[in-house]
Each structure stands twice: as C-alpha cells, then as structure tokens.
Design a protein around this ligand. Sequence first.
Ligand code: HEM
Length: 423
Amino acid sequence: MTSQTNSADEDRSPAEDRIPVVALDPHGKDHHGEAARLRELGPVVKVLLPGDVMAWSVTDHALLNEMITDPRFSKDWRNWNAIIREEISDGWPLIGMVKVTNMVTSDGQEHRRLRKLVTQTFTPRRVQALRPRIQQIVDELLDELPSHADTDGSVDLRRHFAHPVPMQVICELFGVPADERPRLQELMDNIFRSDLTPEEVTASQIEQYQLLARVVEGRRRDPGDDLTSALIAARAADPDSLSEEELVGTLLLMLSAGQETTLSLITNAVRALLTHPGQREIAVRGDADVWSDVVEETLRWDAPIGNFPFRYPLEDVEIAGVRIPKGEAIMAPFSAVGRDVRQHGEDADRFDITREQRRHLAFSNGPHFCLGAPLARLEAALALPSVFERYPGLSLAVDPDELIAVPSLFSNSSSTLPVRLGT
Ligand code: HEM
C-alpha cells in the first residue's frame, strides 16, 4: 500500500491541489477537535489515513446526506482505484472495515438481496419481543456491578455494563455459544481499531472467519430459534440466495455492527449525563420519553461512529465545487456533521436533551440506513434509565479529561468509564 501519488494526480487541476489535507489520528484521541478542524476547512476536504492513504471527507450535513443517498456513489471496494491498482495491502490497518463481503460493501440488486435476507427475520416485531430479555440482562448486570469494584472502589461501567449488554443480546440473537463469546469479543474490537500491525490485522481476520465458521457449523448441526439458523435455512432452501462466504460475512457484520456501536452509545450517553448535571437532572426527573431524547441527542452530539468508510464515485463528480475523480474513496464523518451549525443551529456544540431534534445522520441514510437502529435504540432506552435509577449517586471516578479514547478513527468513545456507584 502506498500513498496516492499516481497517474490520476497528473489530471488534477491547481484548484484541487489547494484542497486542505488533514491527517486523521489513528488513535482517535480527539474526534471532536479533529471534526471541528475538518468543518472549519470546508465542506469537502482531503483526509490522510494510516499508511499515507488519501480519502475525501464531506463535512456538511446536507451535502453528506445527498451523497449517501445518491446511487452514483458505490459502496463496493472493488470500485476503489487504490485497490484496483494494488496499492492497498491486506495488512492495511483499516482493511477489516473496507475489504469485506457483506451488504455494507455492495450496491443495487446485490445489496437488496443481502439486506432482504436479514430483514426477513430481523423484523421490528422480533426486536420488540426482545424487550423483556434485554431488561433482564440489564438488571442482572446492574446487580453484579458492585462485585466488579476495583481496590479504589471504582467500577469500569464500559467494561462491566455497556459492553456486555449488547454483546449478550446479539450473541443470543445469533446463537453464539457462551464459550466462544470472550474471544469473539476481542476479535470484534480489533475490527474497529486502527492501530494494529499488518500481522495482527491478518491474524485477527483469519481467526474471525474460523470462529464464525464454527458457529455456523454448530447451528447447522443443531439449529435453534436464532438468526444464524434462519440464515442457514434460507441458504439451504435456495443456495443461490446466499453463498457460504456471504453467510459468514453477514454474521460477522451483524455481530460487529451490533455491539461495538451500541456499547459506545451507552458509554457516551452515561458520560454525557455525568458531565452535564443539569441535563442529568432533567433526564432522571422526566417521563419515559425523555430517555429517547437522551439517546437521540447522544447520537447527534457524540456519534458512536465518528467516521465511516467509504463511498466511491462511479463517475467524476462535483461536490460544493470540488471535483472528486471516479474511484476515489470518500469518508462519511458522522462526528463532524453531528455538530454542523447549519443543520443543528448555532449551539450545535452543546449537549442539550431538550433541543428541538433535527434529523441526525448517526445511523446514516438511504439504502444503507443502519439495519440495527431499532435494536440499538431499544437497548440504550432500557439500559440508561435503569443504571441511573439503580445507582442514583452514580458519578465519574476520574476527571473527564483523563478518559482515554478508543484507539480508532471510526469508533468514537472512551475505552474505559470508571465510575463510583454511590451506594
Ligand atoms: C448506536 C448504535 C449503532 C450505530 C451508531 C450504527 C451506525 C451505522 C451506520 C453509520 C451505518 C452505515 C452505513 C453506511 O451508510 O455506509 C450502519 C449500517 C449497518 N448497521 Fe448499524 N449502527 C448501530 C447499531 C447497529 C446494530 C445493533 C446492528 C445489528 C444488530 C447494526 C447493523 C447494521 C447493519 C447490518 C448495517 C448495514 C446496512 C446496509 O448496508 O444496508 N447496527 N450502522
């Protein structure tokens, strides 16, 4: 993999050379500082990724919304010039988010086929039916929190609550056996990291596929009322509907998308309320609906996916007067657009659960709109009131500035959330 100094550069106009370039921090130390810088530089900027790989970023809410709903932008990595030219190696740290075979990286008819197989079984009714089980998981984890206290009395709420809630829900939903879950968790975390060595990336990818292939084999031998068994049954009924590779790829997508993001949403919402006492007061005194405002405001203000790869124009396009050549990579910077003043008003930087909610893009939009949004919203809407109800004296155990970010330019959250339960 190399930088994009190649023949396409020879076609660039002098105006294109003036487009600012921002190197994104692979450790994600300051998502919002970086996002603010991107916005200030203009609606369309260039970003430099690990390994000196260049991409574009559209930092204006309205323009990004137009782009992600425009069929001239492919999601298929086979349309990325840098991959066609073999400039991206399989050990590139971000490869696990880019070169995968599933619905996120497919277009048109292919995308509809892969998405439909999941939506047929992962219905709104099925999600709502999970409500009592999710509440039970939440309550059990809250009961156990005091037993996880460190010697100084603090508990890492991310590790012992925000993490296991979505993990347990998604593993049960897909019939992942309990003994595979701890390793699966580590492998899923690796997908979002942007600081691994090429060897670690490759080893992790191989192991992910092996582990999920084992899960598929297990469910094939012993089917249950889970979504993996449903996907296997769909493939058995019509082998053309889903290849074996797509089956494992879909499972990988659902398990990774289904937990890292929701874990960050719960972590970010608790962190926001603990650092905004006035907002917390409104939330805990409010009715049940107020928690939906907490969830939506957190998604906007502190998007769990700060940046998401990539769309590739199928022809040369112009966005805000900037020409983006066919086949270049364009990032969706959800952290940046979540605080775009043109969309969210002059106080877009403020966390305010009472604001008149305008549409945010944290779940994307268009044909690839997050398929798990109803589940993520349900999990957060059950987890958040429960934690504040059970531990009304909950407080941060460290200075907010000491919280260390998840080492990722995609995931936007802190890697721990030490709290005092106040019991
Ligand atoms: C707060 C939690 C979540 C956030 C912020 C989130 C965000 C996103 C985003 C930004 C995309 C966009 C893709 C794009 O336009 O390229 C996406 C797609 C997707 N998400 Fe989520 N997600 C969350 C939870 C979940 C959950 C719980 C699941 C599954 C159980 C899930 C499954 C998916 C799938 C399958 C797609 C691909 C849809 C497609 O390409 O058609 N997500 N999500």
